[in-house]
Design a protein. Structure first.
Length: 344
């Protein structure tokens, strides 16, 4: 068993003035009994985030380093943090999340006891505004959460394909490489795929918990999930592998809706199929929304908002994957065209 004595906390940041003081308060309250350093890569914040962060860290007595991330990409910032880190364990955090006092110690304990190259836990979405609360509720279900996992209820550590954020042994980056700086989204899935291929394991420990504040508008949520879908195709194309069967459900849903809609004026049988698919989906959205609200003991008055979140997630993600596949096919055709012209 490797004993973690020093932890490097790494984070990208861009205009997080509303969250940095909460992050510092959480890190200052950690019960980990070793040394902790905090490295933050700022992508050019204009809201005073770096100054607020430094001031809060000084008051809390945290060892903090803030440096510029001129490319403003999450992966480039994280990679620079990792290069500067000196910890036995590198724990990625997000400014939008909140961490209980035992977060770092539980990450260290799980890494020490399992020998995994990456460990992580469960994230609990918590909203403050009505829209954030609706999104949080929708994410807390198998129907809507990209980070939802059935292993959360098992109460024991389990080896998985990927985890939220993650706490890494340095060997993970030495053997598998750094975050891909070609990816704007889905860097975590792609890195975890390479970690597994390099011989490392990834462990989910349900005792590790973090709270996450989701997007507060349907427009920003749609943009976020469109990008998830778009960049998922890049990862799949690069590694020639479908990362999970579940990720194919949204594009299949979007594709079937589009096909049935186009066929309806010409093929009579397509109309009842389209109505049936839409009806089944609507029933599922309402059913999962009710179940999530009851499980979280939230008022049923939020039902319309929660049910509306699901098509926002699924349609945006599916359209993003469709756009990614279209872009990929164009690139493949462009790559073949010179060879065809030369052969002629």
């Amino acid at each position: 068993m490797t004993r973690t004595r020093r932890i490097s906390v790494v984070a990208p940041m861009l205009d997080e003035a509303a969250h940095v003081e909460g992050l510092v308060a959480d890190l200052a309250a950690q019960d980990f009994d070793g040394d902790v350093e905090v490295l933050v890569a700022d992508g050019g914040s204009r809201d005073g985030s770096p100054e607020l962060l430094r001031r809060a860290a000084d008051q809390a007595g945290l060892e903090l380093t803030v440096f510029d991330n001129p490319r403003r990409i999450v992966a480039t910032g994280l990679n620079e943090c990792i290069r500067r880190s000196r910890g036995d364990l590198i724990v990625r955090v997000d400014c939008h999340s909140r961490y209980p006092a035992d977060y770092l110690s539980r990450c260290a304990r799980a890494a020490d006891e399992t020998g995994a190259w990456n460990v992580g836990g469960i994230y609990e979405a918590v909203g403050r505004t009505p829209n954030e609360a609706a999104v949080a509720c929708a994410l807390d279900s198998a129907f809507g959460g990209i980070n939802w996992t059935r292993d959360a209820a098992r109460g024991e550590r389990v080896e998985v394909d990927t985890v939220y954020l993650g706490a890494f042994r340095p060997i993970a980056f030495e053997r598998a490489g750094m975050y891909s700086e070609d990816l704007v989204r889905n860097q975590d899935d792609e890195l975890n795929l390479r970690i597994r291929r390099a011989g490392g394991s990834i462990v989910l420990d349900p005792a590790i918990r973090a709270r996450y504040t989701p997007r507060g508008s349907f427009r920003s949520l749609a943009r976020q999930y469109f990008q998830y879908g778009l960049w998922k195709t890049v990862v799949m194309a690069e590694h020639r592998q479908v990362l999970s069967a579940r990720s194919l459900a949204p594009p299949a849903f979007v594709g079937s809706l589009a096909a049935l809609t186009v066929a309806s004026p010409f093929v009579p049988a397509a109309r009842p199929l389209l109505a049936a698919e839409t009806g089944v989906y609507a029933a599922a959205a309402v059913g999962f929304a009710v179940a999530a609200l009851r499980r979280r003991r939230e008022p049923l008055a939020r039902l319309p908002r929660v049910a509306a979140v699901y098509p926002t997630l699924h349609l945006s993600y599916g359209l993003g994957m469709a756009a990614g596949l279209l872009r990929l096919s164009r690139r493949l055709r462009a790559a073949r065209r010179p060879a065809s012209d030369g052969a002629a």
